[in-house]
Design a protein around this ligand. Structure first.
Ligand SMILES: *Cc1c(COP(=O)(O)O)cnc(C)c1O
Length: 397
């Protein structure tokens, strides 16, 4: 710990730079306030407008807006029909919600290792995990980079699997020129404040499949329908509705939808700024042998949600913890994304053991995310680069 005494300099900066932050401007605020004066303030006209807008942005036929990204994953897993006895293959390095949605349905997540260069799910690892019980894949576009759709789709077609894409990081990203949201069977988005666009909370599922769409709309609101064709006891009385399956209340309010509509109009500028910052970081760090930068495949035109530094233990004489704390002392607040999901004690209790995905585990020991968000100024970016360089110089072997 004594070594760290040299850190904590950063005299010009009083407030630390966090790894992510929302950008809310006056027109976003006005849109919310305006909506609060309407008759319907939940699941009303703004939510419908947002669904149309998401179809435009993603190129999908249908969009279902929900309360948050976890609800989106839950409903997608439900609509996919995952249930007890089924296995669903999930990325090992992702937020726990990608796997929890499988557990919510009573199915078993099976964790697939990542590629050592892109950190996305490795299609080769997926192939090896297929059994007669495999029903689907939940793959995350980690940091915003698109998963390898061609390879994963081939696997899904061959084994008749449902492909759910966790695109919580990836709004604005394209794969071979096609926007994320229109490629997988179902794509789930999150609009948490740290993500590229926000509704405070919020989520959505996009799909091109009408059957999945109808089911998603129904389970979003308790499994209740007003469509007589879906009823067991059809009745045309104006008040009549029928619960035909077990659903939830995962509705979004209209004021969140208004905020999101306003934010989605800014996606091009958010995306451009994130790309510019990533370029600066790549230029600064890709020359440094002490740091490994994430590889981006040419198929993915990425709007990056996270920027990950990976420490090269052969060139640095420190633990990830020491590096992290030193950056923190420099007022650059990193974060780690993520613990391999099955290392969480809850998953351990379910019987998952360490050693399942060696590449993911090694990645976790070496990775940290540095600040990346629209509101970072050029000066902030320079400060982050300076802080990283300072810590690298100190710990260089
Ligand atoms: C944020 C996130 C989620 C969950 O989204 P919420 O809106 O917070 O529920 C799921 N998966 C990944 C990869 C995420 O980053």
């Amino acid at each position: 710990m004594e070594k760290l005494a040299i850190f904590g300099g950063c005299p010009v900066r009083e407030k630390p730079i966090f790894y992510g932050r929302q950008c809310i401007e006056q027109d976003d605020i006005d849109a919310v306030v305006e909506t609060l004066k309407n008759d319907l303030i939940t699941c009303g006209p703004r939510v419908e407008e947002l669904e149309k807008k998401l179809c435009e942005v993603t190129g999908a036929k249908y969009a279902v807006v929900v309360a948050n990204g976890t609800a989106a994953l839950h409903l997608a897993a439900l609509a996919a029909g995952f249930g007890p006895g089924d296995e669903v293959i999930v990325s090992a390095i992702t937020f726990a919600a990608s796997a929890n949605c499988v557990l919510y349905c009573g199915a078993r997540p099976v964790f697939a290792d990542i590629r050592p260069d892109t950190y996305n799910i490795d299609p080769e690892a997926v192939r090896k995990l297929i059994t007669p019980r495999t029903k689907g894949i939940v793959a995350v576009d980690f940091t915003g980079q698109a998963v390898e759709h061609d390879a994963l789709h081939e696997i899904c077609r061959k084994h008749n699997l449902t492909f759910i894409e966790d695109a919580a990081h990836a709004i604005g990203t394209k794969y071979r020129g096609q926007p994320i949201g229109s490629i997988a069977d179902m794509t789930c988005f999150s609009f948490h404040p740290v993500k590229t666009v926000t509704g405070g909370e919020g989520g959505a599922i996009t799909t091109n499949d009408e059957v999945l769409y109808r089911r998603l709309m129904r389970v979003r609101t308790h499994g209740i329908t007003r469509n007589q064709e879906e009823m067991v006891h059809p009745d045309d009385a104006k008040w009549y509705n029928e619960q035909v399956e077990l659903g939830y209340n995962y509705r979004m309010t209209d004021f969140q939808a208004a905020l999101l509509l306003s934010q989605l109009n800014k996606l091009p500028k958010f995306s451009a700024r994130r790309k510019a910052i990533v370029k600066k970081y790549d230029e600064a760090f890709s020359q440094m042998p002490e740091i490994v930068v994430q590889r981006e495949l040419p198929e993915s035109d990425t709007t990056r949600h996270l920027y990950i530094l990976r420490l090269n233990p052969e060139r640095l004489n420190c633990s990830r913890r020491e590096f992290f704390d030193a950056l923190y002392a420099e007022n650059t607040c990193p974060q780690v994304h993520y613990l391999p999901v099955y290392w969480h004690s809850y998953y351990e209790k379910l019987g998952y053991e360490k050693g399942l995905c060696p590449t993911a585990e090694k990645y976790y020991e070496e990775a940290m995310s540095i600040p990346l968000y629209y509101g970072l100024t050029d000066e902030d970016v320079e400060d982050v680069i300076m802080a990283v360089k300072k810590v690298v110089q100190f710990y260089r072997r």
